[in-house]
Design a protein around this ligand. Structure first.
Ligand SMILES: Nc1nc2c(c(=O)[nH]1)N[C@H]1C(S)=C(S)[C@@H](COP(=O)(O)OP(=O)(O)OC[C@H]3O[C@@H](n4cnc5c(=O)[nH]c(N)nc54)[C@H](O)[C@@H]3O)O[C@H]1N2
Ligand SMILES: Nc1nc2c(c(=O)[nH]1)N[C@H]1C(S)=C(S)[C@@H](COP(=O)(O)OP(=O)(O)OC[C@H]3O[C@@H](n4cnc5c(=O)[nH]c(N)nc54)[C@H](O)[C@@H]3O)O[C@H]1N2
Ligand SMILES: [Mo]
Length: 782
């Protein structure tokens, strides 16, 4: 790397879109040609298998890659897919793998080339100019490294010295609240439990996690409404639903194994409703991924019966419109409401009904962007279905009113008793493979007293009671100097967070940043004054401890907990398991601790025994987790036991948001994933189902808006966002693309566009960055 400094400076700035008059750089591979066409093929199928063979080829380990697949998500000795949190098929009949799962697994199987030679050859300033794709493409991290400011390189450090550095720095703080401990949702249940135990024994609840940017709104709304932060349905319910609504979820890309269930639902005549500003691939046709006969004969299955193209942020108005139509019908036919259920199990319907009655159709139509006729059709479909599942993902949560919107989903379900019976219920589609388990096992910056009391009693510690900092609060505190040490168990905080330049500065302010990771990423490049990279085993790696080969457990989107064993030798002998790393850091931090850290790290059964005593639903954990398909954590709300203060399911009564219109000349921008990425990990610059090749620095616009702005496809534009606090941010050199999206709405990719989400752009309801609801102006580059 010998390019002159001023040129190199450009690459970093262009990835942030901050160089005027220059096309921005995306975070994928080096840009080449680009093109766009309409995608008419079914989702999954041969396009998927072609894309998979490219990934395997590029990884250079095709055999390993394939062998891994055949044990993935299988009950005996398999490992849990490190991709999304969609459950495994309990019948075991389906080869439950998908294109994107294969990409994630292959990504983990890389050789450990990020070693001391690599780091000696590249300064951190140089690496800052590399794309995020190039950083991860180096390979797995091989050994612990410590940042040396004198040479601006990472240098090898022993595990003992690394742990001592963490322990000494933490003990040197004035208060434990000056440290913050992040989790990304891949951490196993066992490592999660140890992590929060270390942090709470140390003395803080500063446990931000990726959930603070993901489904926080769902958890809060569900807890208020049904007394549990989780969905109530399982796959058996998916098999018995008469209608499945999919709101704000791009299933073909982000939970592809769901396609199998959507196609089967369609075959038995269930109504499938897709509510999304974009018409996504799962709402068209699919080839069910596991049905190779179908692939060979090119037999496709419908996966969509109705598309409702809601305005960005218009979901709550849409749901309320459906409720209004249901109440209107109930005036003539009261039985369309499940009176028995409502009387026995719910609270607040009269106030809710009055609120809905008082809302004019004109407001509902304007705010949802969907006409009254279509809303009434949706209501007819709802009434025609005995058993309804409403599933949703980020399109609903990353908004100012995410909590209220999820509350409105529950309202609608409650009207017809669509909860706590077969084939019906609320179903948040969780993101990372163990993000739900992380919360179950104690990652929560706002823990409740009951949990802390159990932890205190069983583990003999005195956990802090004061609530800690979530993700955005942590960024602000690092920026102000209130948090001085940042530890991350996985993830890529620097890039996943909002307001990238602000977050970068916050991380750089820290005295020490510690990243426990599998691959090199931006969060190692944007670091504190001192910085550690600690390489850990991944889901596919065999994990040997003093007690022999260890398995870890995870919980999927539908509360199933099962065990997972790695299947290959680690790519480097210096990697450690996450449990071992946490135990090492904990011992160095807490020299007088009574917690048996080394016993825990030596045999995870020991951790599970303790977890069984602390966590509800984990009784007899060690035995039950070894059942062929694990076990389901009992969901009381599934049995109509609602642990709310009223002991009933609560109708929420939130006013409609008044943010439907961003102002003259402005658009609402939502940030989404392409088909070829996993959050901040970018596999290629393509987005197959949206027909786009070779480009990530784009903004999708409605035809009318393109016309008004005088834009043709691929014209360069600048995008300026307007933050809640009155500040503005601009990315330069993006390319406009005409797309089927409602007028006034725009979409582009995360993490590139995270620059546009100001640090103040956080929901007051959930603390989540409102990354699906940014107010922007798009201007052609002159
Ligand atoms: N392959 C792959 N799988 C993944 C991930 C990945 O990056 N790659 N990420 C994982 C994680 S952590 C998560 S949380 C999930 C994310 O899964 P998704 O929620 O599907 O992720 P996004 O791409 O952000 O897509 C949001 C969807 O919501 C729609 N949308 C945007 N705004 C609105 C709105 O206002 N209303 C409605 N109704 N819809 C809207 C978008 O058009 C898009 O279809 O996937 C998980 N699985
Ligand atoms: N604008 C915008 N921003 C968003 C979102 C959005 O929709 N729009 N979505 C948000 C959401 S839903 C989420 S979940 C966050 C994601 O935020 P994160 O979870 O922080 O980010 P990831 O990109 O999933 O993290 C990838 C890194 O995790 C590490 N890793 C992978 N596997 C393992 C493992 O097994 N162990 C350990 N220790 N490390 C591992 C690797 O080093 C890899 O580089 O981003 C959020 N940011
Ligand atoms: Mo997520």
């Amino acid at each position: 790397m010998t390019s002159p400094p001023e040129k190199r400076q450009d690459a970093e700035q262009r990835m942030l879109g901050s160089v005027p008059s220059m096309p921005a750089l995306g975070r994928g591979p080096a840009p080449g040609g680009y093109s766009r066409h309409d995608y008419h093929h079914p989702a999954a199928g041969w396009g998927a298998s072609r894309s998979v063979s490219h990934v395997l080829e590029r990884a250079g380990e095709p055999l390993e890659g394939l062998r891994a697949l055949f044990v993935m998500n299988h009950e005996d000795g398999g490992f849990d897919c490190p991709g999304c949190a969609w459950p495994d098929d309990p019948s075991g009949l389906r080869l439950d793998v998908c294109e994107n799962g294969i990409k994630h697994v292959t990504w983990e199987l890389a050789p450990a080339k990020a070693d001391r030679e690599f780091f000696a050859a590249h300064t951190v300033s140089e690496l800052a100019q590399w794309s995020d794709y190039d950083l991860e493409a180096v390979g797995r991290l091989a050994e612990p490294m410590s940042y040396d400011p004198a040479t601006d390189t990472y240098q090898p450090i022993s595990w003992e010295d690394a742990c001592a550095l963490v322990g000494n720095t933490l003990r040197g703080l004035d208060s434990p609240h000056q440290a913050s401990f992040y989790t990304s949702g891949r951490l196993s249940n066992e490592a999660t439990f140890l992590y929060q135990l270390w942090v709470r024994e140390f003395g803080t609840n500063n446990l931000p996690d990726c959930s603070n940017m993901c489904h926080e709104a769902s958890g809060r709304a569900l807890t208020a409404a049904i007394g549990s932060g989780k969905g109530t349905v399982d796959l058996n319910d998916w098999e018995h639903a008469d209608a499945i609504w999919l709101m704000g979820d791009n299933a073909a890309t982000n939970a592809p194994r769901m396609l199998t269930w959507l196609a089967e639902a369609d075959r038995r005549g269930a109504a499938l409703v897709h509510i999304n500003p974009l018409i996504e691939a799962a709402s068209r046709r699919t080839i069910v991924p596991h049905e190779f006969v179908d692939m060979a004969t090119f037999h496709t299955t419908e996966t969509g019966t109705m598309n409702v193209q809601v305005r960005i942020g218009g979901d709550m108005a849409l749901l309320r419109g459906v409720a209004k139509a249901v109440f209107e019908t109930a005036e003539k036919s009261p039985d369309v409401l499940d009176q028995d259920f409502i009387e026995r199990y719910t609270h607040g319907i009269e106030e809710y009904r009055a609120l809905v009655d008082a809302t004019a159709w004109a407001d509902l139509v304007r705010d949802s962007g969907v006409d009254e006729r279509k809303i009434r059709r949706l209501a007819d479909s709802y009434l025609a279905s005995k058993r309804v599942i409403i599933a949703w993902c980020l399109g609903l949560t990353q908004h100012e009113h995410g909590v209220d919107t999820v509350g409105e989903i529950v309202n609608l379900l409650l009207l017809r008793g669509n909860i706590g019976r077969e084939g019906a219920g609320p179903c948040p589609i969780r993101g990372h493979s163990n993000v739900q388990g992380n919360r179950t096992c104690g990652i929560n910056h706002r823990p409740d007293d009951a949990f802390l009391n159990r932890l205190a009693e069983v583990c003999g510690i005195d956990p802090p009671r004061r609530h800690g900092r979530g993700t955005v609060e942590t960024i602000e505190a690092m920026r102000s100097g209130d948090v001085k040490v940042f530890v991350a168990l996985g993830g890529n905080f620097a890039l996943a967070a909002p307001d990238l330049p602000y977050t970068f500065q916050a991380l750089r302010n820290c005295e020490l940043t510690v990243q426990v990771s599998t691959k090199l990423n931006r969060s190692h490049i944007v670091h504190g004054k001192r910085a550690l990279i600690l390489p850990c085993l991944a889901r596919t790696d065999k994990d040997y401890q003093s007690g022999g080969l260890q398995g870890i457990s995870v919980e999927d989107s539908m509360s199933m907990v099962h065990i997972s064993y790695g299947m290959k030798q680690p790519a480097s002998p210096h990697m450690r398991s996450e449990c071992a790393i946490i135990a090492g850091m904990a011992q160095a931090t807490l020299p007088n601790s009574q917690t048996p850290w080394q016993d825990y790290a030596g045999n995870y059964d020991r951790i599970r025994d303790t977890m069984a005593r602390v966590l509800d639903g984990f009784e007899d954990f060690n035995a039950r987790v070894r059942n062929p398909h694990g076990f389901r954590i009992r969901q009381l709300a599934r049995d109509r036991v609602f642990q709310t203060p009223s002991r009933r399911a609560e109708f929420s009564r939130a006013p409609l948001p008044d943010d439907a219109h961003p102002g003259e000349g402005r658009l609402l921008l939502t940030t989404i994933r392409s088909h070829d990425q996993f959050n901040t990990t970018i596999y290629s610059n393509d987005d197959r189902y949206r027909g786009l090749k070779g480009l990530r620095t784009v903004v999708f616009l409605n035809e009318q808006d393109m016309h008004n702005l005088g834009l043709a496809d691929f014209d360069l534009v600048d995008i300026t966002s307007f933050s809640k606090d009155g500040t503005q941010r601009t990315v330069h050199g993006y390319r406009a693309i005409c797309y089927q999206i409602p007028p006034g709405c725009a979409a582009g990719y995360m993490p590139e566009l995270n620059v546009l989400c100001g640090i103040a752009d956080v929901s007051t309801q959930s603390g989540q960055p409102v990354t699906k609801h940014l107010i922007v102006e798009v201007k052609p580059v002159q």
